[in-house]
Design a protein around this ligand. Structure first.
Ligand code: FMN
Length: 367
């Protein structure tokens, strides 16, 4: 007999944001926003998940400026009037559908390819100017550029609240701009923005502090972090629990409300000697609500469709066990929900025979 999934459908609150259950739609770039503004198809896509038992929706990555933040076509931003209008409609639709939603603010940093961007003359931004340690591709960010980036993140978070969303997530994972400051391999600065964890988290902390001052105490601020890096899946930015604590404590002191720990497989332990995953450790070390993620609802066969490698089947039983134990509070689901808007409702209602297999072809459609 499979275990009951009831624990996934118990309420939870991040501060004053009440969620009807523990299932989060993971942020997923879809590139369906021509002119960088989400349209009616994008609004309907998110609303379908709200209507089908997803407790919290996190948007695809949204750019905080129209220049350095992205080189990816059809990625939405939150700076133009059209984009702001589009997002207002998304927020209203999700609300009407009974859901809760936040935008994920995403600055591609060193992963923006200027040559493929709309502004090939503007260099990409990152802590020390490179993707991998070694040869710089661009100059390190100047103090004035760091200040601009911080203010753009803050403005994007304020615009998120103004558009009617319930929370905002700062994308601090996967080697993008903020993560280029976090990871010592890509942050070799010797000024106040580099050095130890305090210096390397300073940029994120400034964003959190200044955002908090503008959005007030009740608008939840989430941050997504990852041990792994896009250029190195095996990277471990914080090799010990002490290092993870040194990473997260400044973020908590700055005022973050929840920590979203990106893993590629939720069941993998973070450190030797304990079966807690990264979100488990983040919760234990900070006491803050945490979100885990990684191959939920996927079998090895279709995990390969995204990341190009096979993995062992990730059973829901295992997830339920970790959540019943209280390891972490919320679980984000990516590809299973990209493919099937009704995934959460099917799990809730025990309609497991109706679950679909994830296929790469789903990326071409806004189901
Ligand atoms: C098509 C696609 C786009 C993604 N875009 C983003 C993104 O914009 N921001 C982000 O933090 N993660 C992004 N991710 C990673 C997902 O949020 C998630 O962590 C990953 O897919 C693992 O979860 P899953 O195994 O449930 O799919 C993306 C993943 C996919 C498949």
């Amino acid at each position: 007999m499979p275990r009951s999934t009831d624990v996934l459908f118990t309420p939870f609150a991040i501060g004053k944001l009440a969620l009807k259950n523990r299932i989060v739609m993971a942020p997923m770039t879809r590139s369906f926003s021509p002119g960088h503004a989400p349209g009616a198809d994008v609004a309907a896509y998110y609303r379908r998940r709200a209507e089908a038992s997803v407790g919290l929706i996190l948007s695809e990555g949204v750019s905080p400026n129209a220049t350095t933040a992205t080189g990816t076509p059809n990625v939405p931003n939150i700076v133009t009037p059209q984009a702001k209008e589009g997002w207002k409609k998304v927020a209203a639709g999700v609300r009407e559908g009974g859901g809760r939603m936040g935008l994920q603010i995403w600055h591609e940093g060193p992963y923006r390819n200027p040559a493929k961007s709309e502004h090939p003359d503007i260099p990409s931004w990152s802590a020390s100017g490179f993707k991998l340690s070694g040869k710089p591709l661009w100059p390190p960010m100047t103090g004035a550029e760091i200040e601009t980036a911080i203010e753009e993140f803050v403005a994007a978070a304020v615009a998120t609240k103004e558009a009617g969303f319930d929370c905002v997530e700062i994308h601090g994972a996967h080697s993008y701009l903020i993560d280029s400051f976090f990871w010592e391999e890509t942050n070799q600065r010797t000024d106040e923005w580099g050095g130890d964890w305090k210096g390397r988290t300073r940029m994120a902390c400034e964003i959190i502090r200044r955002t908090r001052a503008k959005v007030g105490p009740d608008f939840p601020l989430l941050i997504r972090i990852s041990q792994w890096k896009q250029q190195d899946f095996a990277a471990v930015a914080a090799p010990t629990p002490q290092a993870l604590e040194a990473w997260l404590t400044p973020l908590v002191e700055a005022g973050i409300d929840a920590i979203h720990c990106s893993q590629r497989r939720f069941w993998e332990p973070a450190f030797e000697g304990s079966d807690l995953n990264v979100a488990g450790w983040a919760k234990k070390l900070t006491g803050k609500p945490t979100i885990s993620v990684g191959s939920v609802g996927l079998s090895g066969e279709f995990t390969a469709a995204y990341s190009g490698e096979a993995s062992e089947p990730a059973s829901l039983d295992r997830l339920v066990g970790m959540m019943e134990r209280g390891d972490f509070d919320l679980i984000a689901v990516g590809r299973a929900l990209l493919q099937d808007p009704d995934w959460a409702e099917k799990i809730r209602a025990g309609r497991t025979d109706e679950l679909q297999t994830f296929s790469r072809d789903a990326l071409a459609v806004l189901y």
